[in-house]
Each structure stands twice: as C-alpha cells, then as structure tokens.
Design a protein around this ligand. Structure first.
Ligand SMILES: N[C@@H](CCC(=O)N[C@@H](CS)C(=O)NCC(=O)O)C(=O)O
Length: 330
C-alpha cells in the first residue's frame, strides 16, 4: 500500500482516521470547570491555513471577542518540530514566549506523542493548553462567553435551533470537513473512492437544502454555516487538486458557490481568509502528496467578490441582532 501522510492515523484499509482531540477542558461561565471565562486569560492559537482553526477565528470576530481573547498565528509551513511562531519578532510568540506550539503541548502533557494541532486555547498564566477540542471551542465561545460578547452580537447557536444545527453539522463534519481529508489522505483506491462518493453526495444534499433558503438553519447565520464555509472556501484553491476532490469545482456547483460567496462577502468572513497561507500550507507541507512542493498559481480569486444574488431568499446574516460593524483587523 502507498505510504501514508499520517501513518498513525491510517487504517489497514487505507482510510484516514483522525486522532482524537487531546485536551478537552472547557472554559465555563458558571464555575463548573477550573477554567473560568475571563478577559485576557486565554490565547487562541491558529494557523490561517487550517479550516478547524478558521471556525474559531470567524466566531471570535463575529462575537467581538478580539479584546477578551488574544490571537497567536503560526507560520503556515511547519518544520520538523511542527507549528512555529516564526512570523513573530524573534521567532517567539510575544505572549507565551515560545517558539513552537509543541512547547505548550509538552508543558501540559510531557508524554504527548500525537500531532500538535491548531486551534487551541492556551492559559496565558500557566502556558498550559486548556483545549484543542475544536468543535467545542466555537460552541463555548457562542454560549459560555456571552457576557463578553460585543453589544448586539449574533447568536450563533440559538437554543431553539441547537438540535437542528447539530443534526446538520454531523454529516457536514463526516463527509465534507473531514471528508476532503479522507479523500486526500486515503492510501487505497477503495478508501479514496468511498470518501469521494460521500463528499459529493453530501454536497448535492446541501445544494438541495440551500436552493430555497439562504442559510443552513433558520433565517440567519449559525455555527453550521461557519463549519461549512471553512471547507468551501478552500475547495477550489486546494481540495479540488491537492486532495483529488474533483468531480466538480465549487465554482461549478451554482447553489453552493453563490452561498459561499454570500458568506465570504459578509463582515467577519472574507477578511479572515488568507489564501496565501492556505495554498502554501497544503502544497508545501504534505510531502507525500506534493513532493516537489510547487504551489499552483491559480485559481482566479477575484471571483469571490462577484454578486451572489442570495438576498432574495430572505433571511438576514445576523438576525435580529445589530450587525457587527467596525470590525478590527485580526
Ligand atoms: N485537533 C484535530 C483537528 C485540527 C487539525 O487537524 N489541525 C491541523 C491543521 S488543519 C494541524 O494542526 N495539524 C498538525 C499536524 O498535522 O502536524 C486533530 O487532531 O485532528
């Protein structure tokens, strides 16, 4: 069988099986965990290339949590020691004082041997990783951090819609968010084709759902839209070619392409997208998939600004709440 990009996460059938999240503490507002919600206490570490981290970046921005939770951005290219803070002066994160994210992981669990991943929230005082549980991070930002949200911040996980958001998000995770990785990291033809079939079957179902409604659940943007967006925005730039997700490009799926442009053009979304980091990260760090590390010159990104025509479906991006205005730079 072909050599795997991540051997420890590849089944004997050649399927990519993602490692569990190592740190799953929760930051809570009611004293139910040792980690209280507190402005200035935690630092969010992201790669702008990473779709899982991108969720947290968008949510933090939409909720106006930029002052409460500081942000560290790693170099999109990992070296043999992993994610590094080489974009910062002196190659160190200015708040945590570390050069590599692995230093925080090992300070928390000296025995840790898995992949050191983003996103994670680090306790600034102790330098320990509180959580790298990416699905929980965004839900907790939306619910536990409410007291520190900007005035009029949208409710991204509204109680009446939680069951539906969870229901829609589960197959999006399995077939789309993780589905593109299951295509790209498969090491057998069968595993690749199964993942490919699941991915495009799900995209077809989502296209049908979004034909007559502007957003996935309810009349405004929710956590479910954010989760789908971060994969769609990377689709033509990396997944179509690099991960062989090539039944169609996103730009050849009219409903999803217009839906993704609608979100891209909504404050809080487009300005968090860094196509340079995205392209360089994928094409230059998966040496099994792209040994010559050449980064494709395309696609034409200007089309993300084309009119989307979705407003006629009704719904407003942020519902009843005041739309976020004057968003600061990340
Ligand atoms: N925490 C999750 C998902 C987050 C994740 O995979 N992040 C990627 C970037 S998109 C990462 O940090 N990868 C580090 C590596 O592969 O060494 C996992 O362990 O699979």
């Amino acid at each position: 069988m072909a050599r795997a990009q991540f051997g420890a996460e590849t089944s004997t059938g050649g399927e990519f099986v993602r490692q569990p999240n190592r740190f799953t503490h929760r930051i809570t507002s009611d004293g139910s965990s040792p980690w209280p919600v507190e402005a200035g206490r935690y630092r969010l570490i992201v790669s702008l290339a990473c779709p899982w981290a991108h969720r947290a970046l968008i949510v933090r921005r939409l909720l106006g949590l930029e002052q409460a939770i500081s942000l560290g951005v790693v170099d999109p290219i990992r070296d043999e020691r992993g994610w590094r803070f080489s974009l910062d002066e002196g190659g160190r994160d200015p708040v945590l004082g570390i050069e590599y994210l692995s230093e925080a992981y090992l300070a928390t669990d000296p025995e840790f041997q898995g992949r050191v991943t983003v996103p994670c929230l680090v306790d600034v005082r102790s330098g320990q990783v509180v959580t790298n549980d990416y699905p929980r991070i965004t839900l907790d930002l939306a619910t536990e951090w409410r007291d520190l949200h900007r005035p009029g911040a949208p409710d991204l996980y509204p109680a009446p819609f939680r069951a539906e958001i969870d229901q829609v998000s589960e197959p999006i995770f399995r077939n789309v968010n993780n589905g593109v990785y299951r295509c790209g990291f498969a090491t057998s033809q069968e595993a690749y084709e199964a993942a490919f079939h699941d991915l495009f079957g799900e995209l077809d179902r989502l296209s049908n759902r979004l034909l007559g409604q502007r957003y996935l659940v309810g009349d405004s943007i929710s956590e479910a839209d954010i989760r789908l967006f971060t994969t769609l925005v990377r689709f033509d730039a990396v997944y179509h070619g690099h991960f062989k997700c090539n039944r169609q490009k996103l730009s050849e799926l009219p409903v999803l392409w217009a839906y993704a442009r609608d979100l891209f053009q909504t404050p809080g979304f487009g300005e968090t997208v860094n196509f340079d980091h995205i392209k360089r990260h994928y094409y230059q760090t998966h040496e099994q998939l792209n040994p010559n590390r050449i980064v494709p010159a395309g696609p034409d990104l200007t089309r993300w600004h084309d009119p989307h025509g979705r407003a006629s479906l009704g719904g407003t991006p942020f519902g009843e709440g005041t739309p976020p205005t004057g968003l600061s730079l990340i």
